[in-house]
Write a protein that binds this ligand. Structure first.
Ligand SMILES: Cc1cc2nc3c(=O)[nH]c(=O)nc-3n(C[C@H](O)[C@H](O)[C@H](O)COP(=O)(O)OP(=O)(O)OC[C@H]3O[C@@H](n4cnc5c(N)ncnc54)[C@H](O)[C@@H]3O)c2cc1C
Length: 455
């Protein structure tokens, strides 16, 4: 095997593409990336599907391995918990973790993308912009590209190809034409709209900086994540149809009235609300599951191309970066035995991608509805108390997903067991002093095995 001579072509310079490219080039491969969009460092443009992202342990681990986290931490804002805004503008703060080390990090999607591209190019990755992959011959492995500016079509032998081309992947589109390719896509009846809360005149944030703000309203919600420039990136999640829905918000006055009445303490901070609302598209949210993710050691899907999930656990890119960690570790173990690496990659990741897809859908109900429920807040308190008493055994589901690298499938399974325990322990009581700790101990010791918590 002549690793140095081997070319790996990635389709997509979103978030996963450049991070994977960097890891591959660091291991001696020749890496080229084809991206359909212009270079965002030269052309001002929307950075893609969300303005900022919550980065947590799995993503940070991958960035640390790539030698990038120390630089990145300068451009993140730690969010210590959820700040809930009630319809009467009352605030309730709910910490995410057991202490201040357990935070999630708000980072600009564009800044992250640019930093990754610079790092990859700095180590020799060649990124070709405005090169759209229009197809691939999966048998011969040839890739078809079209220059977005010139219209020029070309076919090339890409070596190994990895589709990092997101939820509408062109490479996956080719795999779909194969017999026995499994594919499912499930859209939510909800859409999302990105909005902005500008900085105050003095440049400061208009709301508490170190929190993820949520306006939970049962069937819909608004969230806001802080940016380093003093703004907040907001996302409104709302049904497409029905009484409170995007279908109703068709005029400037309808939008203003909806925000004034439903989010009264956010509305005054959104002077350009209606203009923003109509300038920005309404996005759809989809869960995509498919298999196989690879073909004959020549072609692989990774990140959203293999497993798009809805954004309610803030794990899409954390999961994608964990994909990168996994495949790079397999390459370190097996060398460029691509068929084996791809097979073991899918074996390791598919079950976990499916689990986080399900957890993410489940978490939507929690965010838009349950976080406002006093019973839910009480259960959270009990969860934290159980974690303090049994740190190796009882780790809250949110923490397993967000602050550890426990496999998502394990988090899903243990989370279900723990949910049942919490129901049993919290039923009919309202004070933490009334928890039956002996019973809690018996349940935990009989049903949960110790966790490997190194992160
Ligand atoms: C509203 C919203 C909020 C989110 N919030 C979070 C969060 O807080 N935390 C989190 O971890 N995740 C979050 N996510 C998920 C996260 O954005 C995705 O998981 C992540 O962007 C996937 O990275 P990717 O590289 O696989 O795909 P993308 O980032 O979508 O990149 C794909 C790239 O491929 C390019 N491309 C596509 N087709 C072609 C083609 N045919 N030829 C060439 N290039 C092509 C695209 O232009 C793009 O640059 C959120 C998603 C949404 C929608």
């Amino acid at each position: 095997m002549t690793r140095e001579a081997e070319t790996v072509s990635l389709v997509g310079a979103g978030l996963n593409g450049p991070l994977l490219a960097l890891g591959l080039v660091q291991r001696g491969f020749r890496v080229q990336v084809f991206e359909k969009r212009p270079d965002m460092r030269r052309v001002p443009m929307s950075a893609g599907r969300s303005i900022n992202l919550a980065l947590s342990t799995r993503g940070i681990h991958a960035l640390t391995k790539a030698g990038l986290w120390d630089k990145m931490r300068e451009i993140v804002i730690p969010m210590k918990g959820r700040m809930m805004h009630s319809a009467k503008s009352e605030l309730t703060f709910q910490p995410y973790g057991k202490d201040e080390s357990e935070v999630i990090n708000s980072i600009s999607r564009a800044e992250l993308n640019i930093a990754l591209m610079i790092a990859a190019e700095g180590q020799g990755v060649k990124i070709s912009f405005q090169q759209r992959c229009t197809g691939m011959d999966l048998r011969s492995g040839t890739l078809q590209l079209r220059g977005e500016r010139t219209g020029e079509e070309r076919t090339l032998d890409p070596g190994v190809t990895i589709g990092c081309d997101g939820s509408a992947s062109a490479i996956r589109g080719e795999m779909l034409k194969l017999t026995r390719f499994n594919f499912s896509q499930q859209y939510l009846d909800y859409g999302y709209k990105e909005l902005t809360i500008p900085a105050r005149a003095n440049g400061e944030h208009a709301l508490e900086t170190n929190a993820l703000h949520i306006w939970p309203r049962g069937n819909y919600m608004l969230i806001a994540l802080p940016n380093v420039d003093g703004t907040f990136a907001c996302i409104l999640f709302l049904p497409f149809e029905g009484p409170d829905s995007f279908a109703q918000l068709t005029t400037h006055s309808a939008v203003a009235e909806f925000f004034r009445s439903r989010f009264p303490d956010a509305f005054p901070f959104m002077p350009d609300l209606a203009d923003n609302f109509f300038a920005n598209p309404t996005g759809a949210m989809v869960t995509i599951k498919c298999s196989p993710w690879h073909m004959e050691g020549r072609t692989l899907l990774l990140g959203d191309a293999a497993h798009a999930i809805v954004p309610f656990f803030g794990q899409g890119i954390n999961c994608g970066f964990e994909d990168c960690t996994c495949i790079l570790e397999l390459l370190d173990r097996h060398g460029a035995d691509w068929a084996r690496v791809f097979r073991e990659f899918e074996q390791a990741r598919k079950i976990n991608a499916d689990a986080i897809a399900d957890l993410a859908v489940e978490n939507f109900v929690e965010m838009r509805d349950r976080v406002a429920d006093p019973r839910f807040l009480f259960r959270k308190k009990v969860e934290l108390a159980l974690e303090a008493k049994y740190p190796q055994l009882f780790v809250p589901k949110y923490a397993m997903v967000t602050f550890h690298r426990i496999p998502y499938a394990t988090a899903l399974r243990r989370g279900q067991v723990q949910d049942r325990m919490l129901t049993e322990l919290c039923d009919r009581i309202e004070r933490i002093e009334d928890v039956d700790w002996d019973k809690a101990g018996r349940l935990i010791l009989s049903e949960l095995t110790p966790l490997e918590l190194a992160s």
